[in-house]
Design a protein around this ligand. Structure first.
Ligand SMILES: [Zn+2]
Length: 95
């Protein structure tokens, strides 16, 4: 008796995973520029550690780049998919 366990929503610190809402905001609103956990600017994207993963024969290849937040010390993986390619507009033939 006396044990209240209904405080789960009040504290999201810990090793829980990102919510779908946090992910969508990070990808579609913040464009990966803000920490998905604490919202801090100045996240560090470790491009040199990026690597392609998945099966290229099935079109599932994507680039994963680890990122970290110097503010809250969280780490996560940015997932990039190459969707298209086009010629650079200032690079014309016969130049
Ligand atoms: Zn953070």
């Amino acid at each position: 008796m006396g044990n209240t366990t209904d405080l789960k929503l009040s504290n999201i610190e810990g090793d829980e995973e990102l919510t779908e809402e946090q992910k969508l905001k990070y990808v579609n609103v913040d464009g990966g520029k803000r920490c998905p956990f604490c919202g801090s600017l100045g996240v560090t994207c470790l491009y040199e550690k990026g690597q392609f993963v998945g099966d290229k024969d099935q079109g599932g290849l994507h680039l994963e780049i680890p990122s970290e937040c110097p503010t809250c010390k969280k780490e996560w993986i940015d997932c990039f998919t190459l969707t298209d390619v086009r010629e650079a507009p200032d690079h014309t033939e016969g130049d």
